[in-house]
Design a protein. Structure first.
Lengths: 341, 330
């Protein structure tokens, strides 16, 4: 058995917590260090996991950088480039949360930089590890529904809550078009190849602070292979949901998290008001765990991951085209260029 | 009240005929159809007379006429009916071209007869309830909408561009656009569309995603594809979702159904109120009471303009503004 993989998780918000607990749980990994600007949160994780806690990434790098094999970057999107570069400088393998970056140029630069430093870069496009999406991809590969013509996806729920309310700042997060729909951009690209044209509309626009704390986007993608896809992204609903429908010549494949529910709990609320039904989709391993475990295996074996940094770049490219379409109120054609090697 | 039906080319003729024969005081005095076999069968089914020519039928002195011919064959009988003084219920889309739709509207206005576009979805109880709740301000201001009107390829003349004016886009755009206009009380200002043929054997558009902007800035999309395969458990769907400042509202016009798991496959059996029947009864009442139609010819034209605009957008590969250039006269 190889040595324990020593991991540092940077940023202990929603995703950081998922990463940290996965690395605690995994046999192959040891959560060696955690970093968060919120001292309380860093300390809490330190105590809970035995990891060394830091309040600044620079300090963490200086203290334990040499002893870390993998650095997980779970900070707001606009901070990804600087953090990834610093992690690359200490030659750690990098797992970066999605979207890879807030701009296409930044994403390209990150990939080039990691390649130059000789470190692997993995991006958390976790949808490729959700079994319902994997099953759909497999069905497409087996041509279960014949040639696909029209695709519809839905993703979202209520407005996200996070440190500094950074999701509400479109300049930092890209809003839901980049932050949320990047999942479906990647999934659909995985299924149908490259996107030719994008037309998108949203409530929040493309820049500045969304004071309404409500966003909703409808995006149409035209793939090079002719498939027409309609994507709904929402931060205007109550409760998270995803759905997809793949309509082909021979059949229709449909999933709706609000209909296909394995476990639904309903409890009266203590104040006597009607309670909320809480659905659950129990799996042996969460898709996040499966994803991170896959990345660790790739780090150990050097094999190509299911989703590459180039895939993540392409997903950002589609997202940026969607934002551009919103701004210009026009369809935007994607003229893809390969990342220089 | 003497009512005539012109053509059974459109399947909805059966829905309207069976409603008409059940209304007290209404007599279906005849069915005209240039397809003699189809016309005679229908005449027999609804126990009325068959006419080879709609002119002969109109000569019977009708109090109302239902036009359910192919899209490209609406204008002639509708204009003739108007000239004979008979109010017209015209199947959707009002016509296959904007010019024809304008001609129908003009003829009915000149003759002073009522013209109603047959948009049955306005009479679906779930849709009506959605409008009532939105009108009451329950969801605040509407900001965005998402609609679907997907179905199976109806085959026959629906796949003939000469007779239908197009495929899925002209067939399935108008219902939901009409509902969106009706609820928002706003017109569409521009349309962007991705249109293709993905499912059918014949050369006809059957895949379409439309993006619309309304006068007040609200944006919406509509999936009008014939993307349901022959074994889909029902003919198709009409769904709408509204995003408002105070909440969201989802409406599925076909959700009042039983799921039948039959040895021959899954079927959805609808048990909600019959919207086609409500449409026909409303038309007859409007004629009897000499009131304005619930759905006008202009409503039909406005919805058609969006479908025509969608084709223009797909051909151009760009957003197309409506109501520019050739301004709609009426």
């Amino acid at each position: 058995m190889d040595q324990m993989v020593r991991v540092m998780v940077v940023g202990l918000g929603t995703m950081g917590a998922v990463h940290a607990s996965s690395f605690v749980e995994m046999d192959e990994t040891e959560l060696t260090a955690v970093v968060d600007v919120k001292e309380e949160r860093a300390n809490e994780w330190g105590e809970k996991s035995g990891a060394k806690s830091f309040y600044s990434f620079d300090e963490a790098i200086k203290e334990v950088g040499e002893d870390i094999d993998v650095i997980s970057i779970c900070v707001p999107t606009d901070l990804h480039p600087a953090f990834v570069k610093k992690a690359a400088d200490v030659k750690a393998a990098i797992i970066c949360e999605k979207p890879l970056a807030r701009s296409l140029e930044a994403a390209e630069e990150m990939i080039t930089y990691c390649r130059k430093q000789g470190v692997a870069l993995y991006v958390g496009h976790v949808v490729r590890f959700f079994p319902e999406y994997q099953k759909a991809k497999q069905a497409l590969d087996e041509s279960v529904v014949g040639k696909v013509g029209v695709v519809r996806t839905t993703r979202g729920g209520s407005y996200p809550v996070a440190t500094e309310d950074w999701y509400a700042n479109t300049d930092r997060s890209g809003g839901l078009v980049l932050d949320l729909l990047v999942h479906d951009f990647d999934f659909l690209r995985w299924c149908f190849g490259e996107v030719e044209r994008v037309y998108a509309r949203n409530l929040a626009g493309v820049a500045g602070i969304n004071e309404e704390r409500k966003d909703y986007a409808l995006v149409t993608l035209r793939f090079v292979n002719g498939v027409i896809a309609h994507l709904e992204g929402t931060w205007a609903h109550e409760g998270f949901r995803t759905s997809f429908e793949l309509a082909g010549k021979e059949g229709i494949l449909h999933y709706d998290s609000q209909k296909n529910q394995a476990l639904v709990a309903e409890k009266a609320s203590p104040d006597g008001k009607p309670g909320v039904a809480v659905p659950e989709s129990p799996l042996k391993n969460s898709p996040y765990y499966t994803e991170l475990s896959h990345f660790i295996q790739c780090i150990q074996s050097g094999k190509e991951p299911i989703v590459t940094a180039e895939d993540a770049l392409k997903a950002v490219e589609i997202g940026m085209a969607a934002l551009q379409s919103i701004k210009k109120k026009k369809p935007v054609t994607i003229h893809s260029q390969k990342v220089a090697h | 009240m003497k009512v005539g039906i012109i053509s059974f080319a459109h399947g909805h003729a059966h829905a309207y005929a069976s409603s008409l024969v059940a209304i007290d005081g209404v007599t279906v005095v005849g069915i005209a159809d240039d397809n003699e076999k189809r016309g005679k069968e229908a005449a027999q089914q609804y126990q009325t007379d068959y006419y080879q020519s709609y002119h002969e039928l109109l000569a019977q002195g009708l109090d109302a006429v239902v036009v359910t011919s192919e899209n490209a064959r609406h204008k002639e009988p509708a204009v003739a009916a108007a000239k004979s003084g008979a109010p017209v219920l015209c199947e959707k889309p009002l016509a296959h071209t904007v010019e024809d739709a304008q001609a129908i509207i003009a003829a009915c206005e000149d003759a002073g007869v009522l013209l109603q576009t047959a948009f049955p979805v306005r009479f679906n109880e779930a849709i009506k309830r959605a409008k009532a709740r939105i009108d009451a301000g329950e969801f605040g201001d509407i900001l965005a909408m998402k609609g679907t009107n997907r179905g199976k390829n109806p085959g026959g003349w629906f796949n003939d561009k000469q007779l239908a004016g197009g495929g899925a886009v002209i067939d399935h755009t108008v219902h939901v656009v009409d509902i969106m206009r009706w609820i928002l009380q706003e017109d569409v200002t521009d349309v962007y569309a991705e249109i293709d043929q993905h499912f059918s054997a014949k050369a006809i558009d059957d895949a379409g995603i439309l993006s619309l902007t309304f006068q007040n800035g609200v944006f919406a999309t509509l999936d009008c594809s014939w993307s349901r395969n022959p074994n889909f458990p029902i003919w198709g769907d009409v769904t709408l979702e509204f995003i408002g400042t105070k909440g969201t509202l989802k409406v599925d016009a076909q959700a009042q159904k039983l799921d039948l798991y039959h040895s021959g496959g899954l079927q959805y059996n609808f048990w909600g109120d019959n919207m086609d029947d409500s449409l026909v009864r409303d038309f007859i009442e409007s004629v009897q009471q000499k009131r304005s139609p619930s759905v006008t010819g202009t409503d039909g034209l406005k919805a058609l303009e969006v479908a025509i605009g969608a084709y223009a957008s797909a051909a151009k590969g760009d957003v197309v503004a409506l109501g520019e250039g050739e301004q709609v006269a009426r």
